[in-house]
Design a protein around this ligand. Structure first.
Ligand SMILES: [Zn+2]
Ligand SMILES: [Zn+2]
Length: 409
């Protein structure tokens, strides 16, 4: 055999091996996606104490949150879902899901196909998916995207309908309604100027999306939802907030001391609502919510309310020490943060620097719900012990992001 022939047979073998490895990776990724969707359906909160699968992946596998969210979006499109009542929701792209499991689909190809299918009327989705997949067998994702654009133009020759339903009436209306399930619905309409300001506020608080991700219809509302919750916290923390009877605005919640200590049971919220005692424990931690603590016979207990409120001076000292959320890797600045009592005041923990840690709302909740733990190290700074499933030795971790850069000194 000549040298040239040896080389080319080597090249063929190498190319074959690359193909095999890529198929392996892609098939494993599809299998992982199915598992992640299953975790989401069983409840990532119930299983791991994390608010989203992307957050879990971030800690479990060092997967950046945005990459994790893209992974989830892709997996949801390929795998069947389930409604809250358990009834199945068919997958958007089931045949693409089968091809992905067999290791035949690149991630950009999957994204191109699902992106086209989300814009196709439901009655045409199956046939369009078959057309795209057939074409994809011998083409790259850019060619498939071009075919998809032609199919969409054919199905809807006039393009999207112009949005002329917006009323010219500049009134501002807001409907906030609590449903029996404890889920709240927000609806409203604003004039252009208020809407623009609201949008600017939420955009600032919502985490950035990557530019090559394309329009993200599923996770944008989720990001806006989180941003809205942060905006409410910010407003409640603002010194300009009008006082109610000489106090910071707060939500009344009635909870028994036993339930507040254990976090098991139900608390009565406002006039009509209820929340879990675990959630009341988180909110009461920084006195974001001032609980009416009840004894065994539902009699109000006086638990030294002033002692557990974090004074302005103490809050400043906490800001200076922690400089922002103290959770490892978190960027949130002090104004987004709450004071966490390491030993809850309901359990007799003092309200002072040795028992307080500054945390953003997200990490504060995570700390209360998961197996993460925090303590103050001998040098007076907080450090966090990860759950066993992240680090078997539970080696303490610190947040060094808020430390001033050496060159900035
Ligand atoms: Zn707390
Ligand atoms: Zn944080």
């Amino acid at each position: 055999m000549s040298d040239n022939a040896t080389l080319s047979s080597d090249a063929v073998a190498i190319a074959d091996r690359i193909g095999e490895l890529l198929a392996c990776m892609r098939s494993a990724e599809a299998e992982l996606g199915a598992l992640l969707v299953e975790i989401e359906q069983r409840g990532v909160m119930e299983l791991f104490g994390y608010r989203s699968v992307a957050r879990l992946l971030e800690h479990l596998g060092d997967v950046p949150k945005q990459a994790g969210e893209r992974m989830m979006k892709r997996a949801r499109a390929l795998n069947p879902g389930r409604n809250l009542d358990g009834s199945p929701i068919p997958a958007l792209a089931p045949a693409t899901g089968v091809a992905a499991l067999a290791g035949r689909m690149s991630t950009p190809m999957i994204d191109v196909i699902t992106e086209v299918l989300t814009q196709v009327p439901p009655e045409h989705q199956t046939s369009v998916e078959v057309d795209l997949l057939t074409f994809a067998a011998d083409a790259g994702h850019r060619q498939v995207a071009a075919l998809g654009a032609r199919i969409l133009a054919h199905l809807n020759p006039d393009g999207a309908e112009p949005d002329d339903t917006e009323p010219a009436n500049p009134t501002r209306e807001l409907f906030l309604r609590r449903k029996r399930t404890g889920v709240w619905e927000l609806n409203g309409r604003f004039d252009d100027e208020t809407g623009t300001r609201t949008s600017a506020l939420l955009d600032t608080l919502a985490e950035r999306r990557t530019s090559d991700d394309g329009p993200d219809h599923r996770t944008l509302p989720q990001r806006y939802g989180d941003a809205f919750s942060d905006a409410v916290d910010l407003a409640l923390n603002s010194p300009d907030l009008p006082m109610q009877a000489g106090e910071r605005a707060h939500v009344m919640v009635a909870v028994s001391l036993a339930d507040l200590k254990t976090g098991v049971g139900t608390a009565t919220l406002g006039d009509s609502g209820s929340m879990s005692a675990a959630e009341a424990r988180v909110l009461a931690c920084d006195s974001m919510l001032i609980p009416a603590v009840l004894g065994d016979k539902s009699e109000p207990l006086n638990l030294g309310r002033l002692r557990r409120l974090i004074s302005a001076g103490l809050r400043r000292a906490l800001y200076l020490r922690d400089r922002g959320c103290a959770f490892p890797g978190c960027h949130r600045p002090p104004r987004h943060c709450q004071g966490h009592h390491i030993r809850h005041w309901a359990d007799g923990g003092p309200t002072d620097l040795t028992n307080l840690v500054l945390m953003c709302a997200h990490h504060h909740r995570l700390l209360h719900r998961s197996d993460w733990e925090v303590h103050i190290a001998p040098d007076g700074l907080p450090e966090f012990l990860p759950p066993v499933f992240i680090d078997r030795r539970r080696k303490p971790r610190r947040n060094n992001i808020h430390e001033p850069l050496p060159c900035a000194a």
